[in-house]
Design a protein around this ligand. Sequence first.
Ligand code: BES
Ligand code: ZN
Length: 906
Amino acid sequence: MQHCAAEIQRVIATAKGAIPSGVASRSAVEPRAAAGYPAATSIFGEPPVQAQRPIRLVDYSPYPFTLKAVDLTFRLAAGATRVLARLDLVARVPGASLVLDGVGLRLIVAAINGDALTGADYLLTETGLTIHAAALPEGPFTLTTEVEINPAANTTMQGLYISNGMYCTQCEAEGFRHITFYPDRPDVMAPFRVRVETPDAANPLPVLLSNGNPLGQGPGWAEWDDPWPKPAYLFALVAGDLTAYPGSFTTMSGRNVALNIYVRPGDEGRCAFAMGALKRAMAWDERTYGREYDLDIFNIVAVDDFNMGAMENKGLNIFNSKWVLASPETATDNDFERIEGIIAHEYFHNWTGNRITCRDWFQLCLKEGLTVYRDQQFTADMRSAPVKRIDDVLTLRARQFREDQGPLAHPVRPDHYVEINNFYTATVYEKGAEVIGMLKSLVGEGGYRAALDLYFSRHDGEAATIEDWLKVFEDATGRDLTQFKRWYTDAGTPRVTVKDSYENGTLTLNVSQSTPPTPGQPEKAPRVIPLALGLLSPNGDEVLPTTLLELTEAHQTFTFPGLAARPILSLNRGFSAPVVLTHSASPAEQAFVMAHDTDPFTRWEAGRTLARNGLCAMVNGADAAPDHIDALGRILRDNSLDPAFRALCLRLPGEEEIAQTLYDAGQTPDPDAIHDARGRLATALARTHETDLAGTYTAMRVPGPYTPDAGPAGQRALRLACLGLLNRLDGGAHAKALFAQADNMTESLAALACLIEEGQADDATATFKTRWQADRLVMDKWFTVQLAHATPDQTPALAKTLAALPEFEWKNPNRYRALMGGLSANHAGFHQASGAGYRFYADWLLRVDPLNPQIAARLSTAFETWPRYDAARQTLIRAELGRMAAQPGLSRDLTEMVTRLATAKA
Ligand code: BES
Ligand code: ZN
């Protein structure tokens, strides 16, 4: 698939046994435009970005060799690490050449069955090594290679690199090709043996880790054996001066598993929560899915420099230290919950991703969508299920609906890509999880469990596809999923419109669906949409319990006879389908659902709809709606409700969400007007309910020492929601007091944010910095909070000031994201009319791109909403996209992103 002899650009032939000269450099952009992919258009002006050649799902073909075993030896040295690889292979297709991926490798020697290859036997290019069929024996053979790589010079954080003196790897998606010549594709699976050597006696690295079970170790070496066949993207190696925080787990069949969290000496005191989360995840996967762990040891390593959140390498998960290390003083309630969820997510990949992996990267949602779904279920079980569902829907709307609405929209299973790293998206992850939730609604709990059991038994040890996944549901339940498959192949968020009428005791629902066009997909057929519905009588009783309507047509009618009075509709309960729903309920009806529904999600949703619509009206000049303010007061005072739920109801939609709603309604959002309207609503709310807010603020104080459990975290969330509103009346008085007293990061950071919003934070910002200067993770928060809460017109200038500080260690991905993310989270600040926010942001994308293209490409999505805004802002953003596109040597990653960002409808 990725390997086509005609594309080979440079051939270096060498004499037998000789060492080829340096071949390493970044893979070049493919020169030809490919049919069907949007070529760069006039949107940039001249010169256009060179079109990049995509990889296509339809071109998949199996690897023509079977890889039976892999044996690797690493001789670690910072500037010149040697990797010796032994691959046991056998051809499945007679006459096939052996095509191996390899980028930035210095080939020392390659041999087949011990005989070194001569120059005529192979082709060496910037992207790999091809051994001609004529040089390969019939039957099984062994390829050995030795290469040299330079981890110290690796700034991309893909492959083998060094973070704070510690060697570590990141191989997903295509990092292994930066380590050795190999078929770097997920459908090639093999057992691995790994030997790690540290020849440099001056730099002893006491901890040497790889995948699987330990075979042995001695001074300067260790050996590991991973018996479970895996693709190369799950390979990992770690070497450094690390301390283990140990634990253990007894599996359902009584096997003892050693657990370790490896951290830098000094960080052991911040591992207990993550270790507890790991044990809870292991027990939950046994209980809920019948999945048992399959090695004698499970290791987690925390690293400070990491492109992603965490990675599920077999038996050796590698984590961004941000998602492992936690103490009450340094981590917020949100951090604790995320840590628990991410530890679980990576652990759950052991079955959904590792034992059963993806045939190719187009199937990414097979492991990521499913594993997100599983980690969401886990968190719902560990904490409050309704609160978790609301949180997940908030994330889905903020990230995935936004993506689906803009130039980067793509299907859950894309059918082409240029750089796969650009497709680890909210659509693949979050919408991929929603699609599984819908499947479960359609086949029921029992059907879901039967399908999953069949999936695990049928595909264990394989690299599977979405077709395989849907087939287990069809076979286990007898249901035809042909139409359902459109959720995987069609981009875009369906619009569902419900019109209701009532006559002679019968309710009639006219339901229509349509999906707006997305790049490359102008027309969409109707999908299967499971829409959960309940009906309430005017006195608040439920007259129809939750019922699943299956929408399959563009227009459908449903009738509900035998009703004593016109009912109130409770629609899309539990957010049963990820759609934009339009139903002309009056504000009074929405307030009724908010007060009386049996489904907590719909109660919250009704309030959210009221808030969104009210805010949109306020942007257009209206005053705050009394209905909405009253309804929120009732929620605030209702002590029978979970505080976490009340906190969610009190939190107003963010400026970004208001902009999205206005755009959905065909209007052009004005960031300043939105900022102003949201501020006015918050102030009105605070004025009306000042007494109750102050009372609840006091009542929700959690006595005793901090624990991160859902109960006290929910109380703090409600307390801090009250604080945010009171802050608009008291000029920061409550916040100042809290900042002085807080013994935990949740309250400390929330108080600081309030003070920043009130322009009262000079002292607090300095105090916070002095206290936390030595703590990288807390200093990241210091950068973000200042920008995210700054007054919009000061935000771009503040970003500049902060970026000039010596503490802005921008080569660290967390620090870089902290600053850039703080800026883009400040909607009105980022979109400041002068374009200063855009300019600063693009400058820093360009700055990081040559070192770490993955980070630059991911963060470029801040620009994906440009089609929403007015002509002047569109012009400014497009100018920045054009400037980036014209940058000589722009990475393939960022080139693909700016091309896709700019080639959407204007
Ligand atoms: N497999 C991914 C990590 C990954 C992502 C590797 C992109 C290479 C490219 C991992 O399982 C993952 O999804 N991590 C998430 C966190 C998770 C809780 C959704 C991440 O890193 O953001
Ligand atoms: Zn994942």
